[in-house]
Design a protein around this ligand. Structure first.
Ligand code: URA
Length: 435
């Protein structure tokens, strides 16, 4: 395998065969291909694309570049869920204990937030004592004994993707659908669960702004997973406005706790019931989505779901008392309203800007090294289709620093677009693979 030849061939729109792809990924992971050649190859892929067989080869090569978890001995059907990321997306915090309380073994590897989107691990770390640095054995023990475990992306899982993703991040080659699909699915395949449920976001706060791109990504990921012998289900869900009302780490944990207690916002609950329905039907725990919804609602109403959340938090070092007393979570010193400057109906929200306003408050990372303030964020009081009168509170900003608060306020002011006439509520779930 000659890397120069592969770069040239891809640049001219040619094809890379299976052995060449495997050798390239192995050699790059082992430091035998320099970053400058891999960057050139990625840029050629960015412009010329990868065929489906090439994407499958890349995914498989990356998945097997490290350890592939064997979960066959945890005693039950295992499932994982992946979201392509958004603003206010605390779905995993609700969904994982919810489906675990119905009997599914949830084995989840999650990431931290970067840029305008949050990360599940950062959010959970606002619970005092909670940690996600588990060894593979501890991870499997927790899945076996508690039916739920969540850990950070282990360096042993798909190391080729870790290196390639970091390189793509600095060479403007992230936003290619085949590369994204291969990257996500290599990690999910290596993580070893029987079922993978994908929540592919679409809209102004998502990676994929256009529905067609989200659908292409979802179908490609599902195809890759199925070729690897996994059961894969997916939804395309709206990210043209934040999910729920809270954006920011500890604030989102509080909203997740409310939802597990049956008092959360409708959109978050709807998404969790839908994704949970795919998990329960996909693993044979429920015969159809209606039966699954009944089981999930019962888990919330009976207190089993919040009970499972507390068990999970305790098993990973967190203080379960903080779940009953959310004032034990980090709280900001300043809470200030943002007022509407005109009357009308909210027609559109620039969702990414809400994420950027949270970032400006210190609630996210500008770089991988940034330290985040877990207590800050935004509480949305009005969302798309709501009627607003001039002077109404649109949102509250939770901050610890006056200057950052003013910066975030300026950004948040630019989020809202108004209409003089009523506006329809946008559909949250745009596509379900099982329909
Ligand atoms: N998330 C990933 O894990 N990989 C990508 O390429 C993009 C988003």
């Amino acid at each position: 395998m000659n890397m120069y030849d592969l770069i040239l061939r891809k640049r001219e729109g040619g094809t890379i065969d299976t052995k060449e792809m495997y050798d390239m990924i192995v050699d790059y992971t082992n430091g035998r291909i320099p970053d400058y050649q891999m960057s050139a190859f990625l840029m050629a892929v960015y412009f010329k694309g990868l065929s489906d067989p090439e994407t499958l080869d890349m995914t498989t090569a990356m998945a097997y570049s490290g350890e592939v978890l064997d979960l066959s001995d945890v005693g039950g059907v295992t499932a994982d869920k992946h979201s392509t990321g958004g603003v206010g997306d605390k779905t995993s915090l609700v969904l994982a204990p919810l489906v675990a309380s119905c009997g599914i073994k949830v084995a989840k590897m999650s990431g931290r937030g970067l840029g305008h989107t949050g990360g599940t691990i950062d959010k959970l770390e606002s619970i005092p004592g909670f940690h996600t640095e588990l060894s593979m054995d501890e991870f499997k023990d927790n899945v076996r004994n508690h039916g739920i475990a969540l850990m950070g992306q282990s360096a042993k899982i798909a190391p080729a993707d870790k290196l390639l993703y970091a390189l793509r991040d600095v060479t403007a080659t992230v936003d290619n659908i085949s590369l994204i699909a291969a990257s996500i699915m290599s990690k999910k395949i290596a993580a070893g669960t029987d079922l993978i449920v994908l929540d592919v976001k679409t809209g102004s706060g998502a990676f994929m702004k256009k529905y067609e791109d989200s659908m292409e990504l979802a179908t490609k990921m599902a195809w890759l997973g199925k070729r690897a012998g996994k059961k894969v289900e997916y939804v395309i869900s709206d990210m043209d406005q934040p999910l729920g009302n809270m954006v920011g780490n500890a604030l989102e944990v509080k909203e997740a706790i409310d939802t597990l207690n049956g008092k959360g916002p409708d959109d978050l609950k709807q998404l969790c019931i839908t994704l949970g329905g795919l998990m329960l039907t996909g693993t044979g725990f429920a015969k159809d989505m209606d039966e699954a919804a009944d089981m999930l609602n019962d888990a919330i109403d009976s207190g089993r779901a919040i009970g499972k959340f507390k068990e999970f938090i305790k098993a990973q070092g967190g203080l379960p008392e903080a779940i009953d007393n959310p004032e034990m979570l980090p709280e900001s010193t300043l809470i200030e309203p943002l007022y509407a400057t005109q009357s009308g109906y909210i027609k559109h929200m620039d969702c990414e800007k809400v994420g950027l306003a949270c970032l400006a408050l210190g609630g996210g990372r500008f770089t991988k090294e940034s330290v985040i303030d877990l207590s800050v964020g935004i509480e949305l009081k009005k969302k798309v289709s709501d009627e607003v009168k001039e002077g109404d509170v649109l949102a509250y900003l939770y901050a610890n620093d006056k200057e950052k608060l003013e910066d975030a306020r300026e950004k948040l002011m630019e989020v809202y677009e108004y209409s003089a006439t009523p506006v329809e509520k946008p559909e949250l779930i745009k596509f379900i693979s099982r329909d």
